[in-house]
Design a protein around this ligand. Structure first.
Ligand SMILES: Cc1cc2nc3c(=O)[nH]c(=O)nc-3n(C[C@H](O)[C@H](O)[C@H](O)COP(=O)(O)OP(=O)(O)OC[C@H]3O[C@@H](n4cnc5c(N)ncnc54)[C@H](O)[C@@H]3O)c2cc1C
Length: 615
């Protein structure tokens, strides 16, 4: 890719970013040194009516799945039985968030996440069917951006069980969708477009009735320069020219329907454009902002399932004269698992509550929740395999075959691995969060460095910059009244509240220093930014855990278990946070970079000796 092409790609991605912050963001403030405890504490509680609605659907879905679905059979055959999909559709599971006026269940984000959390704890493939359809598939962008005609036409169909998919990825286009090559060219009479291209790994694609497809439409000329346009289309899969050319098979999630979908001269009416010409990437990114909230819900469910397996096994299995859970090396893993799951739960339901409030900007929290919960689940699953020993590696069928309980830890590990890759990889989540964390500074400082800004304008900018930073920067060195933020917190957690406040200010200072030091080059410092994001994410999880524990203890003062879990999570998180600060500026990143480059250049190929090469 030439430098000019790289620049165009970055511009397209930047253009698609949501630039406005219409509502407050907990993490956005935290990166600026201000912890908005008022947003997380008291921890939001589901109101009774909403909870009952959630209990009802979760009860029905749980009973139905246990009676009709065998997840190991799904894994073995690669199919979810038709009667299960039809049964779920009858329960309204394909229209969970769709408003009642269009025939849906109109669940809140919290209840929708509860349903996915429940399904994911039983069968990962089934959870992905439901989630790909309505977290990112057609209902979500149509609800967010569709015209009234589009809503009336499609939402009732989905509520009755029609299936949808979301097609962004292409064989050569993954994390960087701005470079996509699928095209949609307007036809002569202007009433339709002709779609050509290939979309890869489209979940539900092979069985979908409708797919939201992102494609390049003709560029716009802005100030004499061509500007790339990406547009979202609602595509009916029964249109001539739509074909699944390959059903993809994966390490896990054997029951999902995922394919390479070819669009060959597919005619799409112009009424099927979603949000408007050139708005496709923005639509995809905004859809994913809320859509990815189901990932932490599903991941947390996987973690809880692992804890249940581990707890039983670590009590039952006796080695060296004691249950393995009593050996310190295993016990410490279990303690960390339990406290991390409490933090994951706290983050998951706090983020869902933020989404339901509708007056909170959730893009950073959703990304941080996805990053935190999916990475934690992977560690938890790995720990579960280790604690189950050989049985963790053995398939459920094999365990059953020799007379033991068929606990499918092996399948759950295979199913869970994808979570840190789909809907934004962990690396991309870190870059996304870092970009948004830097945004308030970038807006102030970057125009000063630009060649396109006139000198008088720069003087004006410098004046407003001095005014802003003269107020903000000194405040990062001065503590705020601690009592206020710690009000209502259990005594054992109060010092963690103080830590979050102090570290938030330190983070804001260091981020500002990094910005001044590296300026525009900072975006290339991925390891530094990664540490910044890891600190912010841990502080967010600490705040959520403390406030969640405070709520649980308030409701049942006799039970302090939530405080114990939050306290242990925070103690571990503090160590991580301090470790990241320590290496923020003093590290050997440059040296590791050099080794990486030399590895890529083939300087160490002698290390790959004495093997049968993969390629
Ligand atoms: C089971 C499954 C289901 C899927 N479902 C869908 C779907 O329904 N719809 C859809 O459109 N797509 C879907 N995808 C695609 C998925 O979203 C992509 O796999 C994901 O976006 C990553 O793209 P990629 O695999 O091409 O990896 P790449 O983008 O090629 O990345 C490879 C690696 O490089 C890293 N990387 C990339 N860019 C950077 C960077 N700038 N800085 C640092 N690291 C970087 C990534 O984090 C990753 O580790 C699915 C994929 C799978 C496997």
């Amino acid at each position: 890719m030439t430098d000019a092409q790289k620049q165009t790609t970055l511009e397209v991605a930047e253009e698609a970013r949501e630039k406005e912050w219409k509502h407050p963001s907990f993490l956005g403030s935290l990166f600026l040194g201000r912890v908005r405890w008022d947003m997380v504490h008291p921890y939001p509680e589901q109101d009774d009516q909403d909870r009952r609605k959630g209990d009802e659907i979760c009860g029905k879905v749980g009973t139905f799945l246990k009676a009709h679905l065998d997840p190991d059979e799904v894994d073995r055959t690669g199919e979810i039985p038709k009667n299960v999909i039809e049964g779920l559709a009858k329960l309204g599971c394909f229209g969970m968030k769709i408003p009642a006026e269009y025939g849906g269940l109109h669940l809140s984000q919290t209840n929708y996440n509860r349903a996915i959390h429940l399904v994911a704890s039983y069968c990962g493939s089934t959870a992905v069917w439901l989630s790909a359809h309505q977290s990112i598939g057609a209902p979500q962008p149509i609800m967010l951006f569709g015209t009234e005609e589009q809503k009336k036409k499609y939402l009732p169909r989905f509520a009755r069980g029609a299936i949808s998919a979301f097609a962004l990825t292409e064989p050569n286009v993954g994390s960087d969708p701005a470079t996509m090559t699928t095209t949609a060219v307007p036809n002569d009479d202007g009433s339709s477009y002709t779609l050509n291209g290939e979309k890869l790994w489209c979940t539900n694609g092979p069985v979908a009735d409708v797919i939201v497809v992102m494609a390049q439409t003709p560029p716009k000329i802005v100030k004499g320069r061509e500007k790339k346009q990406i547009t979202a289309f609602i595509v009916e899969t029964n249109s001539p020219g739509v074909k699944t050319t390959h059903r993809c098979q994966f390490m896990g999630l054997h029951g999902i329907q995922n394919g390479l979908i070819r669009f060959q001269n597919v005619k799409v009416p112009k009424e099927n454009i979603l949000l408007g010409l050139g708005q496709g990437l923005k639509l995809a990114l905004v859809t994913l902002n809320t859509g990815r909230l189901t990932m932490p819900a599903a991941a947390t469910a996987g973690g809880k399932w692992c804890l249940a397996v581990t707890r039983k096994w670590a009590n039952e299995r006796v080695q060296w004269g004691a249950p393995i859970g009593h050996h310190e090396a295993i016990g410490s893993k279990i303690a960390q698992m339990a406290s991390t799951i409490f933090a994951m739960d706290s983050v998951t339901w706090l983020s869902a509550a933020f989404a339901d409030k509708k007056n909170v900007d959730i893009r950073l929290e959703a990304a941080a929740a996805k990053l935190f919960c999916t990475e934690a689940t992977w560690r938890i699953v790995d720990g579960t395999v280790q604690i189950r020993g050989g049985r963790g590696y053995e398939t459920a069928d094999s365990l059953r075959g020799r007379g033991e309980e068929g606990i499918p830890v092996e399948r759950v590990m295979r199913d869970a691995r994808i979570n840190t890759i789909i809907e934004g990889t962990s690396q991309i989540m870190r870059l996304f969060i870092a970009r948004e964390a830097l945004d308030p500074h970038a807006r102030q400082i970057f125009p000063l460095l630009s060649r396109h800004v006139s000198f008088p304008k720069k003087l004006q900018l410098i004046a407003s910059l001095i005014f802003y930073y003269a107020g903000w920067y000194p405040s990062l060195w001065i503590g705020r009244p601690f009592q206020e933020s710690a009000k209502g917190m259990p005594r054992a957690l109060k010092h963690h509240v103080g830590f979050v406040n102090r570290m938030s200010r330190r983070l804001a200072r260091d981020l500002f220093h990094a910005m001044m030091l590296y300026q525009q080059k900072l975006e290339k410092k991925q390891r530094l930014l990664g540490r910044v994001v890891n600190i912010g994410t841990d502080l967010f999880a600490m705040a959520a855990s403390c406030s969640h524990a405070a709520l649980l203890v308030k409701k049942n003062p006799a039970d302090q278990s939530a405080v114990e879990l939050a306290d242990l999570f925070c103690r571990d998180a503090r160590k991580r946070v301090l470790g990241h600060f320590k290496t923020l500026f003093k590290n050997h990143d440059a040296y590791a970079d050099r080794v990486a480059r030399r590895t890529l250049e083939g300087k160490y190929t002698w290390l790959e000796n004495d093997i049968i090469p993969p390629h």
